[in-house]
Design a protein around this ligand. Structure first.
Ligand code: CA
Length: 228
């Protein structure tokens, strides 16, 4: 398989070097730039297979870089992993809503970053299950056609909204979704879904899932994720 190329955008030289060194050792072709303008020029000229994007950059910030990448057809679907500080939860939410694929909080271990990158590249290759397809994940079987959820063979009764929420999250194991993204995808027929009510739906869903409740993970300050 051809070597994957990764563009790393990070203004802190030592962090950039650390990432560059470790990703090169993992077999990626890595190029590093220190500001958003150069990142966009480089990405448009020769779109990389993935972008590692620090959010706090001099000049145009990471969120604007993310927005510009998504808006251009050359990089509209290029995977983006954001680098953030622990205090930037609101930016993480904004970045995910702009279409970034994942994020990692500083300080991070290079090994964790490499694992996250592998996961994001792998997910991009797999075609996602269509909306009406039965999802089998862990010990759950979710069948939209029959509107049925079974946990180890035993049926679980869910409301229409809970069902949609579970099916949506379970179709994308490992992906973090913000409440707003969930509202967008899960339009309730029996319930007006709002950002706040997503939390209420999750509480109800977890209660009914019992032993499988832990599959729906809360990502603090960001949203929810189905356990990979
Ligand atoms: Ca920075």
């Amino acid at each position: 398989m051809a070597q994957k190329s990764i563009l790393v955008v990070e203004d802190e030289a030592d962090i950039l070097e650390l990432i560059r060194f470790n990703l090169a050792r993992e077999g990626y072709r890595v190029s590093g730039v220190e500001d958003g303008e150069t990142a966009l020029a480089r990405a448009f000229e020769k779109p990389p297979d993935l972008v590692v994007l620090d959010l706090m950059l001099p000049g145009i910030n990471g969120l604007d870089v993310c927005r510009a990448l998504r808006a251009d057809p050359r990089t509209a679907i290029t995977p983006i992993v954001m680098l953030t500080a622990r205090t930037e939860e609101a930016d993480v939410v904004a970045g995910l809503e702009l279409g970034a694929d994942d994020y990692i909080t500083k300080p991070f271990s290079p090994r964790v970053l490499a694992a996250r990158i592998r996961a994001v590249l792998r997910r991009r290759r797999e075609s996602r299950a269509p909306e009406d397809e039965t999802v089998k994940v862990h010990d759950l079987v979710i069948s939209p056609q029959r509107h049925e959820v079974r946990l180890r063979g035993k049926a679980i009764e869910l409301t229409a909204t809970e069902f949609k929420l579970l099916h949506f999250l379970a179709r994308h194991p490992g992906w973090v979704f913000t409440r707003d993204q969930i509202v967008d995808r899960v339009r309730g027929e029996d319930y007006a879904v709002t950002e706040r009510s997503v939390d209420v739906q999750v509480v109800g869903l977890r209660r009914k899932l019992g032993a499988a409740a832990a599959y729906i993970e809360t990502v603090r300050g960001v949203g929810y994720r189905f356990k990979e």
